[in-house]
Design a protein around this ligand. Sequence first.
Ligand code: SF4
Ligand code: SF4
Length: 86
Amino acid sequence: MPGITVDRDMCKGCELCNLYCPQGIIGMSKEINTKGYFFAQVHDPGRCIGCMLCAVTCPDQAILFHGTGVQYRLYDYFPAGQPGSK
Ligand code: SF4
Ligand code: SF4
């Protein structure tokens, strides 16, 4: 299963990863890091598809990607009750 780890003290809280994650699973912390920023956190890691958009978007290389490949799960993009939905 793919996944990411955010280095909380390298993060400057710019929220680009939050903006670009197609799964919408990255949010910002409620506490601050050693630099004084609210840092990025993954709030639903089981839904990560491994696209790496967050990692390549991060200007500070604060995101480490784990795993291989992209898991496209089209049902994640259909509203409930539509073809392909859970
Ligand atoms: S790898 Fe893709 S799906 Fe996973 S957290 Fe990063 S942007 Fe989101
Ligand atoms: S893109 Fe990088 S620096 Fe910006 S909030 Fe995400 S992890 Fe932090």
